[in-house]
Design a protein around this ligand. Structure first.
Ligand code: NAD
Ligand code: UDP
Ligand code: UDP
Length: 315
């Protein structure tokens, strides 16, 4: 059988939660992987098991600065993703999305690489339509505490489409919905990691608001599969394309599921809802289903069990 050509791939944010799983999968597929990360939220622990791999290379670098390397494809994941992290230094967050996109697009243009952007469901803001499909333009506050992330990601999408229109750069824009799994940061304040850590420590489970707001949770392996399939689509397919799990849960249902699976004695307490917290979020994945033939296959309970096992060891 003919061997597949080995591609040189760049993963920015490769030492983070999603990036480390992506690097793993790309190496397993036989490619050369250059992981670029400034270790702001990611860490060597996430990729320690890859450091000795002969086709893996790690570079400490901040993508707000130019980067000159030779690669065939770029997965641009670098960006803090949880509110506690992206609000720590909001100016740097916008710089990472905007200057980072310009640099990575400039690189893609020079070396004629394909480039995939990890965008986000946050581009829809607090949506008026439900579920959200790619044609919806969103309802985003431009001057609030979440804006550095939401507007930064929106501007990055604009840059991707302008480099495509103006310079014929081959782009792929993925709008990622809430994703969870092993190697989430234990202090990132996200709901899945918070609830699991609280349950394992026997602390109160903090539900914000009345817990009736909804989210749809995608397990990391499903997400990574979709990103790789998206990168492999024909040049004329740019996205944006929603990637996520359409199965919707209330935050209270999630709390109860985590409590059941961990068998914790923790109890639920209610805390104020953060500013601009979306009431509902559910991806419309019809485009991913038709274009990629993809849909997530991991049930919430199954994914939570694997994530709980990870945190049991990590804590
Ligand atoms: P993460 O924080 O674990 O990973 C981000 C990585 O980027 C980290 O390793 C961090 O150190 C690195 N980084 C940050 N700024 C950088 C910079 N200027 N230069 C180089 N590296 C930098 O977050 P994640 O959950 O793995 O998210 C990865 C990407 O996916 C992000 O772009 C995020 O916006 C997007 N995303 C994630 C989710 C989710 O639910 N996890 C949802 C939507 C979008
Ligand atoms: N860039 C980079 N690596 C490259 C090529 C470009 O980091 O291999 C950066 C460079 O710093 C530049 C940015 O990408 O500022 C945008 O590149 P582009 O060619 O679009 O713009 P210009 O160089 O004309 O400013
Ligand atoms: N949330 C919660 N308790 C927590 C952390 C989060 O009830 O300890 C809620 C939060 O208010 C939001 C939902 O869970 O309604 C998802 O929050 P997360 O920060 O994980 O993701 P995002 O809001 O970015 O979708």
């Amino acid at each position: 059988m003919a061997k597949l050509p080995v591609k040189k791939l760049l993963v920015t944010g490769g030492a983070g939660f999603l990036g480390s799983h992506l690097c793993e999968r790309l190496l397993a597929a036989g490619h050369d992987v250059l992981c670029v990360d400034n270790f702001f939220t990611g860490g060597k622990a996430n990729i320690e098991h890859l450091l000795k791999h002969p086709r893996f290379e790690l570079m400490r670098h901040d993508i707000t600065f130019p980067l000159y390397v030779e690669v065939d494809e770029i997965y641009n994941l670098a960006c803090p993703a949880s509110p506690v992290h992206y609000q720590f230094d909001p100016v740097q967050t916008t710089k990472t999305s905007v200057h980072g996109a310009i640099n990575m697009l400039g690189l893609a243009k020079r070396v004629k690489a394909r480039i995939l952007q990890a965008s986000t469901s946050e581009v829809y803001g607090d949506p008026e339509i439900h579920p959200q499909s790619e044609g919806y333009w969103g309802r985003v506050n431009p001057v609030g505490p979440r804006s550095c992330y939401d507007e930064g990601k929106r501007c990055a999408e604009t840059l991707f489409f302008d480099y495509w229109r103006q310079h014929s750069v081959r782009i792929k824009v993925a709008r990622i919905f809430n994703t969870y799994g092993p190697r989430m940061h234990p202090n990132d304040g996200r709901v899945v990691s918070n609830f699991i850590v609280q349950a394992l420590r026997g602390e109160d489970i903090t539900v914000y608001g009345d817990g009736r707001q909804t989210r749809s949770f995608c397990y990391v392996d499903d997400l990574v599969e979709a990103l790789i399939q998206l990168m492999d689509t024909a040049d004329d397919f740019t996205g944006p394309i929603n990637i996520g799990n359409p199965r919707e849960f209330t935050i209270l249902e999630l709390a109860e599921e985590v409590m059941r699976l961990t068998g914790t004695n923790s109890k639920i307490v209610f805390r104020p809802l953060p500013a601009d917290d979306p009431r509902q979020r559910q991806p419309d994945i019809a485009l991913a289903e038709s274009k990629l033939g993809w849909r997530p296959t991991t049930e919430l309970a199954q994914g939570l069990e694997r994530t709980i096992r990870y945190f049991q060891q990590a804590l």
